[in-house]
Write a protein that binds this ligand. Structure first.
Ligand code: FOL
Length: 180
């Protein structure tokens, strides 16, 4: 059985997710949440996939690339070769073909952006959940999270810190959505 696609993103009040090829904010605890959610597995013999667009790959600082203890997969239409650092795929369906060939090693598949990859993943029949951090402030951004369709509903996940979080005077909330 194929794993569902789980999206993880942080967006500000104007739904921005990035600016100038970078994150619009630097929130250590929020990034630690991203690392924990995308890395941790129930079974120690398995790893999670982080599936991302090529620009998102490039926005990860070199010292953190590839994202450690995770299987890095990069979507691109170009013939790029990242060696042992990442597997390149030309589409989400192609990524699924590759994942199905390493099924027993993979626990969860995390879609980590950017905009066009989030949109394709939310429209995919394999869409499972959206883990969205709502950052309660406006930031100047040039890339945005796609519109969230009406059939997505907020759910409870006991693994997620509840209530208002705060860092550097910026408030944020961890939310989880599923298709109704
Ligand atoms: N989702 C959430 N909730 N927050 C994010 O910041 C986020 N960022 C991306 C996708 N989904 C997200 C894409 N951007 C790193 C850098 C940029 C990035 C994703 C990851 C990164 O370097 N991560 C390292 C830890 C870095 C650190 O500790 O500062 C990692 O190992 O996860």
């Amino acid at each position: 059985m194929l794993p569902k696609l789980e999206l993880i993103a942080a967006a500000c009040e104007n739904m921005g997710i990035g600016v100038n090829g970078d994150l619009p904010w630097r929130l250590k605890t929020e990034m630690a949440y991203f690392t924990r959610m995308t890395t941790n597995t129930k079974y120690k013999n398995k790893r999670n996939v982080v599936l991302m667009g090529r620009r998102t790959w490039e926005c990860i600082p070199e010292k953190y690339r590839p994202l450690k203890d995770r299987i890095n997969m990069v979507l691109t239409s170009q013939s790029l070769d990242y060696g042992d650092d990442a597997i390149t795929c030309k589409s989400i369906p192609h990524a699924f073909d590759v994942i199905s060939g390493m099924q027993n090693q993979v626990e969860r598949v995390w879609v980590i952006g950017g905009s066009s990859v989030y949109k394709s993943a939310m429209e995919s029949p394999h869409f499972g959940r959206l883990y969205l951090t709502r950052i309660k402030k406006k930031f100047e951004c040039d890339t945005f999270f796609p519109s969230i369709s009406n059939d997505l509903v907020l759910i409870e996940d006991p693994m997620i810190p509840q209530g208002i979080q705060e860092e550097k005077g910026i408030e944020f909330v961890y939310e989880v959505y599923e298709r109704r």
